[in-house]
Ligand binder design. Structure first.
Ligand code: HSE
Length: 297
């Protein structure tokens, strides 16, 4: 059986929720895993990074559940660009985890799927919303992952604008830019605001999002990775949006509830930027990853 899984892109951190908060976007990859006949050459030798990640995730699930993995070939298609802070690695990992569940009939629950995907990704803020959809808050504790959806109020559509450059930034480089220690006052600043962020989202108090998304733990240290990012975010905030932040490890930017002029003013500003930028209106994906294509081999 060949299994295909459709997985949404994600925007992690949401400013102050570093490694904890994320949301799923209506932009998708499809990950297809095809078992190969016994004795087939190991396709991992020639695999690209996008092809090897789903296989690694598939094999991790098998090993964690005491199953001998099949030799599988992975293919990733879709619209989620790599190394742009939109969770493309998470789409590959979640695709591999759900394909393993489907191929071996494991019937794993959401908590176990999130835990296994987090093992491979290293942090839960992309894989949890990619699996569950919507906005998700997660905390890792001794190999367990506690992930809870943040329910938005009825009728509380979250309008999202993504600014996506034509230039990649690797997550490894962005994580290497972080300090080993931060000032206590900055930790307090973020703790208060990440809690305010969840409460603002849950109650529809969009007017508090600007303050709630004001990060001091990662964005200032990574500012050198995207030319002019501080000015771009300031413009997004001052042009009528509720809030703006770097998406995941960057370089894309997330603008929440943009004002009527926000897109036009960003377009004008970004026309003079050294990188080419695309603006995408992407609604939340409320449902998360789904197996879409089991079919006979
Ligand atoms: N929370 C992660 C980071 C997201 O900012 O490094 C990217 O994988």
């Amino acid at each position: 059986m060949t299994v295909s899984v459709r997985v949404p892109a994600t925007s992690a951190n949401l400013g102050t929720g570093f490694d904890a908060l994320g949301l799923a976007l209506s932009l998708h990859n499809t990950v297809t895993l095809k078992p190969l006949p016994a004795g087939a050459a190991d396709p991992a030798r020639a695999a690209t990074a996008d092809e090897s990640l789903p296989v690694a995730a598939y094999e991790h699930v098998c090993h964690a559940h005491g199953i001998e993995p099949l030799t599988v070939h992975a293919k990733v298609t879709g619209d989620v660009p790599s190394s742009r802070g939109l969770g493309s690695s998470a789409t590959c990992i979640v695709g591999g985890v759900l394909a393993a569940d489907a191929l071996h009939g494991l019937g794993l629950g959401a908590d176990e799927l999130v835990r296994l995907a987090t093992d491979v990704e290293g942090h839960p803020d992309n894989v949890a919303p990619a699996l569950l959809g919507g906005v998700v808050v997660s905390a890792v504790s001794d190999g367990r992952v506690h992930s809870l959806p943040v329910g938005l109020p009825a009728g509380g559509e979250l309008d999202l604008l993504l600014a996506v450059p034509d230039h990649p930034v690797s997550t490894e480089a962005a994580r290497a830019a972080l300090p080993a220690q931060v000032p206590h006052a900055d930790a307090v600043h973020n703790a208060a605001r990440s809690a305010l962020l969840v409460a603002s989202l849950a109650t529809g108090r969009w007017e508090l999002l600007g303050e709630a998304m004001d990060d001091r733990l990662h964005q200032p240290y990574r500012a050198g990775l995207v030319p002019g990012v501080t000015e771009i975010l300031a413009l997004a905030r001052s042009s009528g949006s509720a809030g703006a932040c770097v998406s995941g490890a960057g370089p894309s930017l997330l603008v929440v509830a943009p004002g009527p002029d926000t897109a036009a003013r960003l377009t004008e500003h970004l026309a003079g930027h050294p990188w080419g930028w695309q603006l995408l209106h992407l609604p939340l994906d409320p449902t998360g990853a789904r197996v879409v294509g089991p079919r006979p081999a």
